[in-house]
Design a protein around this ligand. Structure first.
Ligand SMILES: [Zn+2]
Length: 457
């Protein structure tokens, strides 16, 4: 049986799983014939337990993706006394990210329509997922990646046997290239943003949240590039609403990197900033998000808050989560946690709210955030992060100190010159500032330094 897909605006029907209507630019979706109740296959511990809600496919390519746990956050409890915060741990998927959900649906469909070559554009996780599932299905896979792809994700694609081509600097460039190759060579289009079956795979996150909580959370925090993940989870909840299982849709927070934030700037009505290379967070860089207009349209019906996160905030929070929660995540995922912290501090999220934070993928995929390729260098950087944290902590407790006093009080096995080097770096980043006191140059914690320390602690 051939699947049919429909435009959410003009209802035009399509036989291919595209995402944008050629007639009216509306979003194309698969409209499942919903069962009368929330019937799940209890024994199936993957997203296929929700088979009743998914497109009927004659072939299934699966690695038991989905059905990931909600881990109660210790950091949120410690920091804000906020106890109903759950981390949706998508790092436990077969390739270490939530994109496996989409890949299972897309590759299963590709096999059922008898194609043997797949192409996708991806800035990381999706390419790794498609490559894995394509190898499982014995298909040829081409992945177009922008230049800033994470090393770990690239390694996965290559290991799974995909042919990888680097093109452009952002996902938008890679998508254009994938569209043109698919058109010329007749490859199956497996890019997440261009294949509506990714929505079907990702929407199962909503079902799982509902099933685990036994209801709807107040907030879901989603790291966002193209807006696809938000839209998919939103669609999952609308289907539960249609079934009368829930009576409201949760509020959403869309987290983007301050270096590339077209959705958040539009949502907040702030002036659009240029893409800043230094402050972008890998996996979240889309200049022209496909779901932007849809998100703006939905923001009049559902509460959607936008939050901006800096790269440095995301990286330091990787360590916070690893050390407090035992979860090692990628920067896009830790950015979601930073977004949560900001919304609590701004009073937008209440400490009694039930909050879900989507941890999209594993930190093993992006160890290059600690810069440099060598292990020794990574360890040095991790260690120096520690020393810097100790300096900030000391300045918080003792107030302004001069460099030599800092070195003496810290009693670390480092030279006094190394301490001065750390101080210079902290000062250049605005975490501390030099003042003159008693005729000596002393260092003082700035507001920004307090914030960083709070986050580390
Ligand atoms: Zn249409």
């Amino acid at each position: 049986m051939e699947l049919k897909f429909h435009c959410t605006m003009c209802n035009e029907e399509y036989a291919e799983p595209i995402t944008i209507c050629r007639r009216c630019s509306g979003i194309i979706v698969y409209k499942p014939k919903l069962p009368t109740s929330f019937k799940v296959y209890e024994n199936v511990k993957s997203l296929w337990r929700y088979e009743q809600f998914l497109p009927k496919l004659p072939v299934r390519i699966t690695l038991d993706e989905g059905y990931t746990p909600l881990v109660k956050s210790k950091t949120a409890a410690k920091m804000f006394g906020h106890v109903k915060v759950y981390l949706k741990d998508e790092t436990r998927n077969p390739t270490g990210s939530f994109r496996d959900r989409a890949a299972s649906l897309i590759v299963s469909h590709a096999v059922s329509v008898n194609v043997s070559q797949l192409i996708c554009a991806s800035d990381g996780n999706h390419g790794a997922s498609i490559a894995a599932y394509a190898s499982r299905a014995n298909m040829e896979c081409y992945v177009i990646v922008p230049s800033n792809v994470d090393e770990g994700k690239l390694a996965q694609m290559i290991a799974y046997g995909a042919k990888v081509e680097e093109y452009g600097t952002l996902l938008d460039d890679a998508l254009d290239r994938a569209i043109s190759i698919a058109f010329k060579k007749g490859y199956y289009q497996a890019s997440a943003e261009l294949n509506t079956l990714s929505i079907e795979g990702l929407k199962t996150i909503a079902y799982e949240i509902y099933e685990f909580l036994g209801g709807v959370p107040d907030w879901i925090i989603i790291p966002t590039g193209s807006g696809l993940t938000f839209y998919s989870i939103y669609k999952g909840f609308t289907e539960l609403l249609e079934l009368d299982l829930i009576d409201s849709i949760p509020c959403f927070a869309i987290v983007q990197s301050s270096g590339c934030s077209p959705i958040v700037t539009k949502l907040k009505g702030i002036k659009c900033t240029e893409t800043k290379k230094k402050s972008i967070i890998k996996g979240l860089n889309v200049r022209e998000p496909i779901f932007l207009n849809e998100i703006l349209r939905l923001s009049t019906k559902v509460r959607i808050e936008g939050v901006l996160v800096d790269y440095s905030e995301a990286v330091s929070t990787i360590l916070t989560l690893a050390r407090n929660e035992g979860l090692f995540v990628e920067p896009a995922a830790s950015a979601a946690f930073v977004g949560y912290m900001k919304l609590v501090k701004e009073g937008i999220i209440d400490r009694n709210d039930t909050v879900i934070i989507l941890l999209t993928g594993s930190g093993l995929k992006s160890i290059d955030v600690f810069e440099g390729a060598s292990r020794r260098k990574q360890l040095t950087i991790l260690k120096s992060l520690d020393t810097k944290a100790l300096i900030l902590k000391l300045l918080k407790v003792e107030g302004p100190l001069h460099g030599y006093a800092i070195w003496k009080k810290l009693k670390l096995k480092v030279t006094v010159q190394a301490i001065y080097q750390h101080l210079a770096e902290l000062e250049s980043k605005g975490f501390i500032k030099a003042i003159q006191e008693d005729n000596r140059k002393k260092y003082k914690l700035t507001e920004k330094g307090y914030k960083l320390l709070e986050m580390i602690e």
